[in-house]
Design a protein around this ligand. Structure first.
Ligand SMILES: *[C@@H]1O[C@H](CO)[C@@H](O)[C@H](O)[C@H]1NC(C)=O
Ligand SMILES: *[C@@H]1O[C@H](CO)[C@@H](O)[C@H](O)[C@H]1NC(C)=O
Ligand SMILES: [Zn+2]
Length: 299
């Protein structure tokens, strides 16, 4: 009887300890040929998985209304940041950050922001040093677990960063608080970000982007994601990316890379979207026509 209790207690402990890293990434700094682990379920069986390589030439040409961003320019002074053992993640936005327009059929609100080093998506077979994911939930669903059950549940705005010699200020303001969450002892314990940051500062020009239907790139790999991968990139230094590589997912084990391997496109439509003439321009065209009409009437 005592032995049974002991065994149960041990296996429970093992389960709870295993929970945070029951899936993970190969350590490519350690061994470049380490195979990518199978994560199970949809991750292995799905036909609309992410990330994929995005080809400028292979993409369909699209023309959408502009994306509309609400509150992304607001300075966030009380963001929370956590090392969840797979990435670092930001949340706790003052007001709802709302995304609409483009090809989106409804309004989406930002749930969290996290990073991948190196990039998950590649563009024309080129991998970038950093990819930021701004994860949005469709407002018609009450929470992320519900949203993940529907193919229009989630929109991720992905921003790729290219190598530069000049440090990126927005990324620097995140790195500034990284020491508070770096060690394994701090894992899953959110801290407040010391510097303030507007989400806008993480986003380059949004007038062209790749648009395709895919999945979360972490388990459960739910096929619920409308991807918006911007073609414009922001700069980051390799020293800055190395700061992220220093976070621990186990005692004395650093998360050197956290990108998923490329998935098959499987005949999905990938659209390279350009923005239709902005609403402002249409307005001024309207105003001009009205003015001309007024003048004509007067004459
Ligand atoms: C999400 O919302 C549904 C419906 O309101 C609810 O049943 C479920 O418990 C919620 N899940 C979480 C994780 O909050
Ligand atoms: C974004 O890029 C487009 C096309 O190159 C350009 O017309 C537009 O002015 C840019 N927008 C901003 C805010 O820089
Ligand atoms: Zn991600």
């Amino acid at each position: 009887m005592h032995l049974l209790v002991f065994v149960l207690a041990c296996s429970c402990l093992a389960l709870s300890q295993g929970a945070s890293h029951d899936w993970g990434y190969p350590d490519l700094d350690n061994n470049q040929n380490e195979p990518f682990p199978k994560w199970g379920g949809l991750c292995d069986e799905g036909k609309k998985q992410s990330p994929i390589n995005l080809h400028t030439k292979g993409a369909l040409k699209g023309l959408f209304d502009p994306l509309k961003f609400e509150n992304y320019d607001e300075k966030q002074s009380r963001l929370h940041m956590v090392n969840n053992g797979h990435s670092i993640q930001l949340s706790g936005f003052k007001h709802d950050l709302t995304l609409r327009g483009g090809g989106l059929m409804s309004e989406f609100v930002v749930e969290q922001i996290h990073m991948h080093w190196w990039s998950e998506h590649t563009i024309n077979d080129i991998r970038y040093p950093l990819e930021v994911h701004i994860v949005h939930r469709n407002k018609i669903y009450p929470n992320m677990s519900m949203a993940a059950d529907f193919k229009d549940g989630i929109t991720v705005l992905a921003v790729l960063y290219h190598v530069s010699n000049t440090p990126n200020q927005a990324i620097a303001s995140i790195i500034n608080s990284l020491d508070d969450i770096k060690s394994y002892d701090q894992m899953n314990k959110p801290v407040q970000v010391k510097d303030s940051l507007a989400v806008d500062d993480l986003i380059p020009n949004v007038s062209t982007y790749f648009n395709y239907a895919g999945s979360l790139t972490t388990p459960t790999c739910a096929e619920a994601v409308t991807w918006i991968v911007l073609t414009d990139t922001h700069p980051v230094t390799l020293d800055q990316v190395n700061e992220f590589k220093g976070i621990e997912y186990e005692k004395n084990k650093q998360l050197h890379n956290n990108y998923r391997e490329l998935q098959s496109e499987n005949n999905r439509a990938v659209v390279l979207v350009s923005q239709r003439a902005g609403a402002a321009q249409l307005c001024s065209l309207g105003a001009l026509l009205t003015l001309l009409l007024a003048i004509t009437v007067q004459l």
